[in-house]
Design a protein around this ligand. Sequence first.
Ligand SMILES: C[S@@+](CC[C@H](N)C(=O)[O-])C[C@H]1O[C@@H](n2cnc3c(N)ncnc32)[C@H](O)[C@@H]1O
Length: 352
Amino acid sequence: MNTKSFRDKFKIYQSDSSVAPLYMLGDAVEVLKELPEESIDFCMTSPPYWGKREYHGGGIGLEKDFPVYIENLCIVFAEVKRVLKQSGSFWLNMGDSYRNKNLLGLPWRIALALTDRQGWILRNSIIWNKVKGGPDNTKDRLRNIHENIFHFVKYPKGYYYDIDSIRSSPRKAKVVNGTVVSATGVTGIRYKRKIELSTELSEREKHNACAALEEVLRQVADGDISDFRMIIKGEQRTIHSNSEKVSGRAKELKEKGFYFLKYHPNGSKPSDVWEILPEDTQKRQLHFAPYPIDICKIPISATCPPNGIVLDPFCGTGTTMLAAQLLGRKSCGIDICKGYLDVAKERSESAL
Ligand SMILES: C[S@@+](CC[C@H](N)C(=O)[O-])C[C@H]1O[C@@H](n2cnc3c(N)ncnc32)[C@H](O)[C@@H]1O
């Protein structure tokens, strides 16, 4: 029989070089209490839904009243905060529930409990658009196809964030017949005409605008930026507030007669709406709600350092661990149900 404590197992695991996950069978709070403080780099989890499904091992989600469910989750997340390093991130995926036809807003109730009572900093609220929902026979409301994913950190500054690892690869600018053409086909010719024909710009402003346009086209040619848009006074409806008090760009437009929107040369950042199909191919007979592996890729790549350790305190069939393993990170998974951990182990072993 293996009698080592979770603390000992974790210590051994920390010094091991393998990315094969460490699985720990037990109640999330009890197991987390054994882990040393500030020993985890990243946590991502999808807790049991409230009152919706019965998982095999009992546990959280079966509370009669939802405030008790929120309390129980907060106890787990306080432990997550303790074990997370100062540079760490916590990503929480939550689905909502109805009671007496009333949508409870559980994801936000929990997010606000975490910021207001535990001092977490909420950096993003992502809408996970599941694109296709489950069967829904109700005739008096819309289909629900989204869940929330929250990104929390412990401190406002100094948390690990590798933005370049999650940028989409930009299309490159090219030169056609001696003319620089940006990634989306902008050559500057239209902007030049607009400047010349402008009735709102003074001659001096026109001169400056043309010179600035030449400079931006040179930056495109040199690969310093991949694309740009030029906003010229009186030519486009501005997409920001026209008030100079709230917008530096409105001020620029008033003072110079133009400004540029420059696109980052390494590509654009993902937005906070993700369209990802739910996982429905994995072991459906055993587990109801494994979230898809793609959900974990942006969070892990951006906020877990390559040599960091990932944690999922409600790991179920181990999707977070599998994503970590595929991205070359070590990971620990906790679940109260042995059956799920067996599936999780099988999944990670076949991916090794
Ligand atoms: C929504 S599922 C997680 C699914 C997971 N993301 C996956 O990939 O399969 C929630 C999990 O929390 C587990 N659970 C419920 N209460 C628990 C507790 N007190 N401690 C640890 N795990 C618990 C359940 O057994 C279930 O596997």
